[in-house]
Ligand binder design. Structure first.
Ligand SMILES: Nc1ncnc2c1ncn2[C@@H]1O[C@H](COP(=O)(O)OP(=O)(O)OP(=O)(O)O)[C@@H](O)[C@H]1O
Ligand SMILES: [Mg+2]
Length: 283
């Protein structure tokens, strides 16, 4: 517990001094204690207007951090800056101790940062199984050259990818959807497949932007349980979510943003009682 608390440094306070030292990858391939993701003073500006204004966050292994706040607070822009999809105009981001601030999204993904997106057309046109396989590491489909030159290696890799897909399908009790196309899934199933696609790459950190949108109310409990199970694997999760009941049930810690800044942080109970948070939601 003490180990996790060391990583709890969220603030808009200036620079990096208060933030913990970034995580090192241990020689056994596991990770040493400490945060998996650290962002310091991140700024995103659109045409000179700061949508994210010096936001800092630190996420530990196995921790779920909720980011909440009124519409337009800058939550998605912040998540985009973490994932690399949105240009950051200031600040630093490190993943497992490595500075990823200037990396492209796919480079960050390769290092262990996964992010869910809105459903794409490719997603809808592929079966669940194809969706999982194509999101696996280094798998854009083996080239003819690879197959000819390294047939055994290619076969082994495909086998490993297939095994991993089945393992994930079983874990989330989604085997029955394996041959269904993305477009045939319910909203909740689609959300789950998006998360399962991320897990194919065995990430260290998962970024989720409003994962409960489109999920039928009676299925949100199942998705919450699934996210808890993922957290038990040691992943750090950052979740932007409007549904406060979901945040209450899921998040170890909550960061509240308004007008691009962090206005409060703490447990769910602490932040909802905060006068500035109540004012931000009412304004
Ligand atoms: N691509 C963009 N170009 C210009 N302004 C943008 C862009 N994306 C977002 N903004 C603006 O930046 C601010 C923050 O937007 P953002 O989408 O990050 O907020 P949010 O907290 O995710 O809101 P919501 O809860 O509605 O999803 C808003 O004022 C928004 O209008
Ligand atoms: Mg948003």
């Amino acid at each position: 517990m003490a180990e996790r608390e060391e990583g709890f440094g969220i603030s808009t306070a200036s620079p990096s001094t208060a933030l913990p030292v970034a995580t090192e990858v241990a020689s056994d391939g596991g990770y040493t204690a400490g945060p998996v993701l650290v962002a310091t003073d991140v700024v995103v500006s659109y045409g000179g207007v700061h949508a994210v204004d010096r936001v800092s966050i630190s996420v530990a292994r196995g921790e779920i951090v909720g980011v909440i706040g009124p519409n337009g607070a800058g939550k998605s822009s912040f998540l985009g800056a973490l994932g690399g999809q949105v240009k950051r105009s200031g600040g630093d981001i490190s993943l497992l101790g490595k500075d990823i601030s200037s990396m492209l999204p796919h480079q960050r993904a390769r290092l262990g940062l996964a992010r869910t997106f809105q459903t794409t057309s490719e997603f809808a046109k592929m079966t669940v199984f194809e969706n999982l396989i194509t999101s696996g590491e280094g798998n854009a489909g083996a080239s003819l050259k690879e197959v000819v030159l390294h047939p055994r290696k290619t076969a082994q890799r495909e086998r490993a990818m297939t095994d991993r897909a089945w393992e994930i399908l079983q874990r989330f009790e989604m085997e029955h959807t394996v041959n269904l196309y993305g477009r045939e899934l319910s909203g909740g199933q689609r959300r789950l497949v998006e998360i399962m696609r991320c897990l194919m790459r065995d990430p260290a950190v998962l970024l989720l932007d409003e994962p409960m949108v489109g999920v039928a109310p009676h299925l949100t409990g199942k998705l919450i349980e699934d996210l808890r199970a993922i957290r038990r694997d040691g992943l750090g999760i950052v979740i932007v979510e409007h549904a406060l009941e979901v945040v209450r049930q899921l998040c170890d810690r909550v960061v509240v943003m308004a007008f691009g800044k962090v206005i409060a942080q703490g447990s769910f109970e602490e932040v909802v009682q905060d006068a500035s948070v109540q004012a931000a939601y009412l304004s």
